[in-house]
Design a protein around this ligand. Structure first.
Ligand code: IVH
Length: 718
């Protein structure tokens, strides 16, 4: 951008001269066209939706203020660019429109007033008559239109430019939420519209698979959904976890329903998924409460939403209100505040984790991101900084998605100061030991080599020990651990259970009154008895998360057997220190080591990390000291009848089951004597393949492992 253009871009619309407005209109139009192309054709946007919305809003404001500039070819008059050519074109019987946006409560109230006024022009609304609004989450996916003739799915298309979309029928047939036939009595001819989307968890898992297969990874669930739907090979679409919510219609012959809420009920009856959060609201207050409720729930929903949509419920009123160019007058999208922001990167600091892993963290000029102040964001590792090339002094773009830790997405090149330096990862740890930083072989992680001696790691280990899924001690969050550690109250986990004797010392500190000390000690006492898996997890062994801790608890049954076996395995491994390449070698190392490696999902890497951990004499002293403070509940082993149907079988469930939950299926398999695991290997006896199954089903086929469909499984397990 030229200097002059930059100056104009920074001006408020009300301060622009007509000449400046003309230049700005051109710039915005070009920029919007550029981003439209990236978004719609490449499924690979450069800017956030919020930033895109801001461009459009500014252009619209210019065209409103300078009506002489309004242009029928302006992007504000269009829904989206015309579709690309790889797919056949489908003309929608009724255009697929977009929605106007509201970004504030005031704009929502204005919308409600506007609707009321417009209706009052034609009809007599009693003063106390409310215009009921159907409120729905605004799913962040892509809209599609499905044509059903006599109840049978015939053609499905993307929105395209609103008039003409792309024919993606074979791909849509693979989406499990889209019925091939409508149930019950449906209109003879109907276009059913709604949103194809991907759940966040499924998206993350899919990206992981893509990465492992060295395939394209997607920026977010919406791009992933769009990219997956616009595949020329529908078997690829079938392997992607696409979902569908129905919420609108195009052509409908005959249209028998009178309200949006009635239509949603019909959709359900025909066999569609309808968003369960939809609600009919009758007053502006109810509407705004709905918005606040959805904003609060947003992070907890399994899929992304970027706002809510309000629709006049009565269809005869919708028809009276009609449309303006790209959007209906009877509906509006109330968007959530942007969850991306720009701010200055003040510094890059290194955090030491409990296993010594060094994580670079962005120290930011505090900025409000979607209602939360953010001053730090993770930069993951040295490779990530290299990839982003962010430098101290840069203006960076940060993103906060739900309850996820804020992330740095990149920097703004135009705003890079003149003198910046490429970031160099420190060669020495910032911890008091100043150890030389070790790069893990082949990995991206760099570590402090101070081990148990490193005070930073000690504090992090204590933090982990009291955390939610470990000992879950309430009242010891934030900086307490650090302060207690510094003053010698808490050096190792066992010290926690000796804090009682130091109650006086705690009292002396600021902020600790009678009640809080008593509560803390009670919270600690309540954890003197602990299940074996939590205990194992809490110790903080590298690579041992909650799931693996459970497996270990299952395998060894009680704390003493477990520790004895870990020490035996460690001893065996020490006597055979060569790298183990083949699984065969495992048994040669020793029985205890072999037993450990043979636990499903453990294997040599994890076993070796555990042996390295238990190989430190100091560690074992700490664990034994802790052990003496606790009653550790053993795992009650399931008694499996000798003739159990699936005795000694290893079963994997993959894909989505429709007649039962995954947990219920797992529980049933275990009842029948099976061991249920997550990954397919040669040892797997049986893989139950649900819908949209991906790599596990493929792997089972490759390895020749027996597979069952859901139906077959149901029969077998009856
Ligand atoms: S109604 C004529 N309802 O938002 C009204 N749209 O910004 C048509 N969207 O194109 C849209 N959830 O892709 C409607 N519950 C919902 C929605 C929804 C997501 C999307 C849809 C639409 C876009 C408009």
């Amino acid at each position: 951008m030229s200097k002059a253009a930059k100056v104009v871009a920074a001006l408020k619309v009300e301060d622009l001269t007509e000449r400046q407005a003309r230049a700005e209109q051109k710039r915005l139009t070009d920029e919007i066209a550029h981003h439209d192309k990236l978004y719609h054709e490449k499924d690979d946007p450069e800017i956030s939706d919020a930033e895109y919305d801001r461009l459009r809003q500014r252009l619209k404001a210019i065209e409103t203020r300078f009506s002489q500039l309004a242009d029928m070819f302006s992007p504000t008059q269009k829904v989206a660019p015309p579709p690309t050519t790889a797919f056949a074109k489908v003309r929608h019987a009724r255009p697929m429109l977009s929605l106007d946006n509201a970004f504030s409560e005031d704009e929502v109230r204005e919308f409600i007033v506007r609707v009321r006024r417009a209706l009052e022009r034609d009809i007599d609304l009693a003063e106390d008559e409310q215009v009921a609004l159907a409120c729905e989450p605004k799913i962040d996916g892509l809209s599609i239109s499905l044509r059903y003739e006599d109840g049978v799915f015939t053609v499905g298309a993307t929105r395209g430019d609103g008039t003409t979309g792309e024919d993606v029928t074979p791909n849509l047939r693979t989406v499990k939420d889209i019925p091939h036939e409508l149930k019950g009595k449906a209109p003879g001819s109907i276009e059913i519209r709604g949103e194809v989307y991907m759940e966040r968890a499924a998206f993350l898992a899919m990206n992981k698979r893509q990465e492992a297969d060295e395939e394209k990874v997607f920026a977010n669930p919406r791009n992933a959904a769009a990219g997956s739907l616009r595949q020329l090979d529908s078997t690829i679409t079938a392997s992607r976890p696409l979902r569908f919510f129905a919420y609108a219609w195009g052509e409908a012959e005959p249209r028998t329903w009178k309200t949006q809420s009635e239509y949603l009920k019909l959709l359900k009856g025909w066999g569609f998924k309808v968003n369960p959060q939809s609600k009919l609201c009758r007053t502006p207050e109810q509407v705004l409460d709905y918005y606040a409720g959805m904003a609060a729930q947003r992070a907890a929903l399994p899929y992304d939403i970027d706002g809510v949509v309000y629709k006049v419920d009565r269809i005869d009123w919708q028809e009276r209100l009609g449309f303006v160019s790209r959007a209906p007058r009877w509906a509006i999208a109330h968007k959530f505040p942007a969850e991306q922001a720009r701010t200055r990167l003040n510094d890059i600091v290194i955090q030491v984790g409990r296993t010594g892993a060094l994580t670079p963290v962005a120290d930011l000029e505090p900025v409000n991101v979607g209602g939360v102040m953010v001053a730090r964001a993770t930069l993951h590792n040295a490779d990530e900084i290299e990839r982003l090339d962010v430098r101290v002094g840069d203006t960076v773009i940060i993103q906060r998605a739900g309850d996820v830790i804020p992330q740095v997405l990149g920097f703004v090149p135009e705003e890079r100061p003149k003198k910046t330096h490429k970031y160099e990862f420190p060669t020495h740890c910032p911890c008091p030991l100043k150890t030389k930083v070790a790069s893990e072989e082949g990995g991206v992680v760099r570590r402090c080599s101070g081990g148990l001696e490193c005070p930073f790691q000690q504090v992090e280990r204590m933090r982990h020990f009291v955390s939610r899924y470990a000992f879950d001690i309430e009242g010891l969050g934030g900086t307490h651990i650090e302060n207690f550690w510094r003053d010698g109250l808490l050096k190792t986990p066992a010290d926690l259970f000796r804090l009682k004797e130091r109650a006086g010392d705690i009292h002396k500190r600021e902020g600790w009154g009678d009640l809080s000390v008593r509560n803390l000690l009670a919270a600690i006492d309540a954890r003197r008895t602990i299940p074996l898996d939590r205990y194992i997890y809490a110790i903080g062994i590298p690579l041992i998360g909650e799931a693996t801790a459970k497996l270990l608890a299952q395998e060894y049954g009680d704390a003493d057997t477990w520790l004895a076996e870990m020490l035996a395995a460690t001893g065996e491994r020490k006597r055979k220190p060569d790298p183990l390449k083949k699984e065969k070698a495992v048994a040669e190392v020793g029985d205890s080591y072999g037993r450990l490696c043979n636990i499903e999902q453990i294997g040599v890497t994890t076993a070796d990390a555990m042996c390295a951990f238990f190989g430190e004499g100091h560690t074992v002293d700490i664990i034994k000291d802790l052990r003496r403070q606790l009653t550790i509940e053993p795992v009650t082993r399931r008694v499996i009848a000798a003739d159990a149907l699936l005795k000694d079988k290893i079963v994997v469930f993959t894909g989505e089951l429709s007649s039962m939950t995954r947990d219920a299926a797992k529980a049933r398999a275990e009842e029948l004597g099976a061991k249920v695991t997550d990954s397919v290997s040669k040892k797997t006896s049986l893989v139950v393949v649900g819908e949209n199954a991906g790599s596990k089903a493929r792997k089972a086929a490759e390895l020749g492992v027996q597979t069952l469909t859901e139906e077959e499984w149901v029969k077998l397990s009856k």
